[in-house]
Design a protein around this ligand. Structure first.
Ligand SMILES: Cc1ncc(COP(=O)(O)O)c(C=O)c1O
Length: 379
């Protein structure tokens, strides 16, 4: 996807690293650094900078809309996925008879707001089988009481990518529920078709190669009523400084209600630059460049004495592969000492592969992993 010289130009720190940890932190291109400098420059104008900040915010909404398949008005910006999900819980105003379905491949941001004592609904867990979320296991969890199904398009845990059209169909056929989708581990890496999704959420510091501090929320116009957040604030309110401001608070509708206070403008500048970078390369081109590396990595791992946690199902593979070994901490340290960056977390090791990676990265990782395995269990 990238030539040696464009990679070196945009990602100079990657020259001596084997970086296979984008699912934790994407490496931002230098364009993102320039955007952060631009923020500082614009902020030095004081309040006159706000017009410039707002233009960046509008650009992020338009760029996100293109990726989500929505319009700019259907995009709201908050500060992280966790914030988006807590606000989403407020919007639903759940009752004790309501049910929520979450999955055991989900990141805590989307799974835990419903587990807090203030949430009156009953939570059901869609359990993975053989590493994957099977639609036939979702159906028995759905009923006329289901208000929400929350799932990640690509699991942070093992990279399993759900079959979205099949999930949408099951939810529609077997319940009146809304479907919320966390696309954090897919956005910027996998071509998206989010038809039928009622709420889209993504963090910004991973595959879109931007900074921390963003939550990209998509609310289709038809779902405005369902996702209007009754939160305090001002940026989210219809008339926060009107004469009756100490008598009532009325939220803006839908996506706009997820931005409660002053936007995180430094992050917004960085997100604009990251999304522009990703879109200039093209998601199809990224996926085409990275997918053969994922397949090669998975094939290499099947030949080593590790327990694969990612199912070997081509349609369910995105950018993440996870595996287990009793000596995972030692393996992690061995690889890190060789400047090979992967993740150790939640009881497993995880490799993630983006368009800026090369087959040489995968080969080096597999070779050094084999060395590490011999090192931790000689003979
Ligand atoms: C699927 C998924 N959602 C969300 C997050 C992060 O959530 P937040 O933006 O609240 O930190 C992560 C990882 O950090 C993730 O893997």
């Amino acid at each position: 996807m990238l030539t040696d010289s464009t990679r070196q130009k945009s990602f100079p720190t990657m020259e001596n690293m084997t970086y296979l940890n984008t699912a934790a932190e994407g490496i931002p291109p230098v364009e993102v650094g320039r955007a952060l400098e631009q923020y500082f420059h614009d902020h030095q104008l004081g309040m006159d900078g706000r017009k410039l900040h707002d233009a960046q915010r509008e650009a992020v909404k338009a760029l996100t809309a293109r990726m989500y398949g929505l319009t700019a008005d259907e995009i709201g910006l908050c500060s992280c996925s966790s914030e988006a999900y807590n606000l989403a819980m407020m919007a639903l105003q759940l009752q004790p008879s309501d049910e929520i379905v979450i999955s055991d491949l989900d990141f805590p941001a989307g799974a835990t707001p419903w587990l807090q004592p203030i949430c009156p609904a009953t939570v059901k867990v869609w359990q993975a089988r053989d590493g994957g979320l099977r639609v036939e296991d979702l159906i028995p969890l759905l009923s006329t009481h289901t208000r929400l199904v929350q799932v990640s398009l690509v699991s942070f845990f093992n990279g399993f990518m759900i079959s979205l059209p099949a999930v949408v169909e099951a939810v529609r056929q077997h319940s009146p529920a809304l479907l919320a989708l966390d696309v954090t581990q897919a956005l910027g890496r996998v071509p998206l078709n989010l038809a039928g999704v009622d709420l889209v959420v993504s963090s910004t510091h991973k595959w879109i190669l931007s900074s921390h501090g963003g939550g990209l929320v998509g609310v289709p116009a038809a779902r405005t009523q369902d996702w209007t957040v009754p939160a305090g604030g001002w940026f989210n309110l219809q008339d926060p400084f009107g004469p009756d401001r100490f008598e009532r608070a009325v939220s803006l509708g839908g996506a706009a209600s997820f931005s409660v206070g002053m936007p995180n403008y430094p992050a917004i500048y960085a997100i604009r630059a990251g999304l522009e970078y990703i879109q200039s390369v093209g998601i199809e081109a990224i996926a085409q460049a990275a997918q053969p590396l994922v397949h090669a990595c998975l094939e290499g791992l099947t030949k080593l004495p590790v327990e694969l946690l990612t199912p070997d199902e081509k349609d369910a593979l995105a950018g993440i592969i996870a595996f287990r070994h009793p000596a995972s901490d030692e393996i992690y340290r061995y690889l890190h000492a060789e400047n090979i960056h992967i993740m150790t977390h939640a009881g497993r090791l995880r490799v993630s592969i983006h368009g800026y990676n090369t087959m040489a990265d995968v080969e080096k990782f597999l070779h050094k992993l084999e060395e590490a395995l011999n090192h931790v269990s000689p003979g």
